[in-house]
Design a protein around this ligand. Sequence first.
Ligand SMILES: CC(C)(COP(=O)(O)OP(=O)(O)OC[C@H]1O[C@@H](n2cnc3c(N)ncnc32)[C@H](O)[C@@H]1OP(=O)(O)O)[C@@H](O)C(=O)NCCC(=O)NCCS
Length: 392
Amino acid sequence: MMPTFKYSQVVNQEDIQQLGNILEQCFLMSPGESEIFFNRLGLENLRIIHQGEQVAGGLVMIPMGQWWGTHRVPMTGIAGVGIAAEHRGSGAALAMMQHTVKELYAKGVPISVLYPATQRLYRKAGYEQGGAFCIWEVDTQSIQLREQPLPVIPVVPNHHEIFHDLYQQQAKLNNGHLDRHQGIWKYLIRSDEKEAVYAYLIGCADQPQGYIIFSQHQNQDGSLILLRDWTVLTTAAVQTFWSFLANYRSQIKYVQWKGSAIDSLTLLLPEQTAKQKSAKRWMLRIIDVSQALEKRGYPPEIEIELHLEVQDDLLAENNGRFILSVANGRGEVTSGGKGEMKLDIRGLAPLYTGLFTPQQLQLAGKLDATETALLAATQIFAGVSPWMADFF
Ligand SMILES: CC(C)(COP(=O)(O)OP(=O)(O)OC[C@H]1O[C@@H](n2cnc3c(N)ncnc32)[C@H](O)[C@@H]1OP(=O)(O)O)[C@@H](O)C(=O)NCCC(=O)NCCS
């Protein structure tokens, strides 16, 4: 017999407690840690899947934004997807994700993003790879930059607001960067008795050109500085960033930071000593085809049309032919057209983000297009390779 699931917004304390217990086991949290996690992201953002009377699992929605072509597109992040061990393998996670996607559509959210522990589950709900999350590491001895053109000012990171404006300027220019939820900001500046957090503004206090936020750690390879967040807006700020970190070399062996797959910070280093420690891909779902395409920005110099034919098994409204007309950096979507590029809703995700070129996606079997459509899409979705500095 097929199990029956009920999807709901959490209403009572008992459900929250049960979901907390499930997620603590799922994600190896310490007892009580789920409460901090829930409160940071907001109890109103919890969703639960019940099987009969029991809480089978749940997830957390994180309403925020994401930058695409210098425009902010409303985006809901999905975190903490977890199903109790005794309920796994019966379709609970997939049912929950399908309900979530439908809820987001009903709310008018154009796109959704998540970090997959397994792609198989999320592909079934219409998500596909969207961009990169990479951790880089460099030996402090090899940085070698001595010139420090700007002052560096220590700040007590009690409030994340002082970093917002600087971060936003950098985020706007990097496809895939978040317009962060408050809970994500709070996580970046968290400190406790085991972990102190240090923050510095780069440049003068009245006109900073960047900042760094970090903690210091000791592991089997030695001591390291872990950059929780950074922004550098000018050449002088990048030089200062490196020389400041190089000055830790008497005690700190490594610096780790989050950067793009091809990280431009490393271009200032004398040798190729920076290495990628880890690389993950986050997944994106186009929830509403028209909204997603109209809310993002495009290269301002092109004026071109793309004729799409989209198939979405979950959201009927996304099915059919659409014309995307791009001019003056904006896109307009109308129904109809010649359907010159045929693709499943999943194939539209890496096209939209520019993670792969239309040719690469065609080769991978993610779309089927005429030569004209491939050329148009190549111009429309060209841009900085998508990445983000946040894991959620
Ligand atoms: C991952 C998890 C949520 C899956 O829950 P579930 O209810 O067992 O998943 P479903 O039964 O709905 O499975 C849906 C699809 O995903 C696949 N799937 C589920 N878990 C998988 C895994 N670990 N690896 C690969 N595929 C997996 C299923 O096989 C199924 O696809 P199929 O129908 O083609 O076989 C659950 O194992 C869990 O809570 N794990 C611990 C926490 C975690 O890793 N969460 C994910 C964070 S992104």
